[in-house]
Ligand binder design. Structure first.
Ligand code: ADP
Length: 512
């Protein structure tokens, strides 16, 4: 661009050559001269504070071919210190990417005007210059983009390395680990060599299920994301390191798509949950210790309260009875809560609580019905039982399955006012024994069907419990879920048009 005015000047034997560089709005930002000494050019200034034809061309940027500038209607003289000029050619240096520049030559040596042939020559040189200008702009844009992409890559790297979580990025096509944070190395205990995957140890061999068994390849979140292009996890896994040490880790993976919408890579995040687990265990130990210690004194209080209530009732002391009855109720509630908490913590600790034997659901159901009939909520209520005596036996802990039935039946009594049914049958599709407790109460909102099996979960509804008992603790169904899970069965609730049907399945005793 710098040599353009001089080239143009020489091409048509002009005294002066100039290029004006313009903004999109046509404002002159730079002016380059040829045919002036540096001192003369400096006196004019670049860009000169313009008057007259500076930066102008013909209508719609048509070339300007003038014998005398002063005759042009827009001419208003020259800026200060500008040499006088007469003949002029001005053409647009066309630029495809906006903006652009104009090329001028002035004052043919010898005082003659310029010819159309001269104009063609200037147009030709201008079109070459336009290509150079476009290239220069593209190059500069490319450099800006490159700089921006380097900066964003470095920012990402800083986030990855600085975050407390382990981050691994795997290229979807090559399968190589292209980014691995220090924390990911620490959690996995595996060295990744310059992005080519772990030394000697296949990374996937680290993955184990929470119970310590190796995790199937297709269940590893990173593999789910790479094979299906969807986010996976968070999943709790156990990393068993090459040195056999173990770390509980929460793993999630997310896909990254390129501009064409194809899967580019998967980002996998590991969070070491050792500390959380320890806290959880300490909390469970504490809970189990205090609930255990509460049981003895509560049993004594219950005995005393029941005896005092009996004595007060015998002596027709109504006032005393009205004091003692709520006390007796509250102790019952506390004892149930304590026993539920204790069982919960034991079941969650994975203790070997089950005493498995061949047993019949009809017997377990009969015992549970008897307990219900004696309970406060069961007074005057009917429970229809349909458990065929010839149902195949199950291999289960009858005491624990009895607890599950007690919980489901007492909920049905508590939360509904109508009759209740208890049925059991062999499910023809799965071959499992399916037991159902159905009631016509308020039912369970379908979006809470899974959540009510969580600890301390209670249905959020404006209709409170119907039963006369006090508010529950939200532990009963969680205990049922743990017990049925420990028997390799499933538990759930169906919501028909009215009421709810709580069900659980148990495998048939195969004579193990
Ligand atoms: P609790 O009854 O002690 O609150 P559960 O874990 O047994 O605890 O039950 C959790 C919640 O599920 C209850 O609080 C109640 O909101 C809801 N629920 C359980 N069974 C029924 C039922 N048969 N009908 C309606 N809601 C029920």
């Amino acid at each position: 661009m710098r040599t353009l005015p001089e080239l143009a000047r020489q091409l048509v034997d002009a005294d002066f050559g100039a290029v004006t560089v313009l903004t999109l709005e046509g404002r002159v930002t730079h002016m380059l001269y040829a045919g002036l000494t540096e001192a003369e050019a400096a006196l004019i200034g670049s860009p000169p504070q313009g008057v007259g034809l500076l930066g102008k061309l013909g209508d719609n940027n048509a070339p300007l071919l003038l014998d005398n500038i002063a005759n042009h209607p827009d001419s208003a003289g020259f800026p200060p210190n500008h040499p006088d000029m007469q003949a002029l050619i001005g053409v647009k240096v066309t630029s495809g990417s906006g903006g652009g520049a104009n090329l001028y030559v002035a004052n043919r040596i010898g005082g003659r005007g310029f010819t159309e042939d001269d104009e063609d020559k200037i147009l030709a040189i201008a079109s070459y210059a336009a290509i150079a200008l476009d290239n220069a702009r593209l190059y500069s844009r490319e450099r800006q983009l490159h700089a921006a992409s380097v900066a964003s890559e470095r920012r990402l790297e800083a986030v990855i390395q600085g975050s407390g979580a382990g981050v691994v990025v795997k290229d979807a096509r090559s399968g190589q680990f292209v980014q691995v944070s220090g924390e990911a190395r620490r959690i996995s205990g595996v060295e990744f060599t310059d992005g080519h995957g772990p030394d000697g140890h296949p990374f996937e061999a680290l993955y184990h299920q929470v119970d310590g068994s190796p995790m199937p390849r297709e269940e590893i979140p990173m593999n789910i994301t790479i094979s299906q292009g969807i986010p996976a996890g968070p999943t709790e896994v156990l990393f068993v390191r090459p040195d056999k040490s173990r770390t509980p880790v929460l793993v999630s993976a997310a896909p990254v798509f390129n501009a064409a919408g194809e899967l580019d890579s998967a980002v996998c995040v590991f969070v070491d949950v050792t500390k959380l687990k320890e806290l959880d265990r300490a909390k469970d130990d504490f809970l189990s210790m205090i609930t255990h210690d509460l049981r003895g004194p509560l049993a004594t209080i219950k005995g005393m309260a029941a005896a005092a209530l009996g004595a007060a009732a015998n002596s027709d002391n109504e006032r005393l009875v009205s004091y003692l009855e709520p006390m007796d109720d509250e102790v019952d509630y506390l004892m149930e809560l304590v026993s539920n908490l204790l069982d919960m913590t034991r079941l969650e600790a994975g203790g070997d609580m089950l005493e498995l034997e061949e047993c019949h659901l009809a017997d377990i159901a009969q015992d549970s019905l008897r307990r219900m009939a004696r309970s406060r909520d069961g007074q005057g209520r009917s429970i229809y039982m349909n458990v065929p005596p010839d149902l195949p036996p199950v291999y289960a802990d009858p005491r624990q399955i009895g607890r599950v039935l007690d919980n489901l039946l007492s909920n049905a009594l508590k939360y509904s006012a109508d009759d209740i049914s208890l049925t059991a049958r062999t499910d023809p599709a799965s071959g499992l024994i399916r037991t159902e407790v159905a009631d016509y109460g308020p039912g369970i909102p379908s979006d809470q069907r899974e959540a009510i099996f969580d600890r301390f979960a209670r249905v959020k509804s404006p209709v409170g419990p119907i039963g006369q008992g006090r508010q529950g603790s939200g532990l009963g169904l969680a205990i049922c879920k743990s017990i049925i899970g420990a028997h390799s069965g499933k538990i759930g609730v169906d919501v028909p048009r009215r009421g709810s049907v709580f069900w659980f399945t148990l495998p048939v005793d195969t004579g193990r």
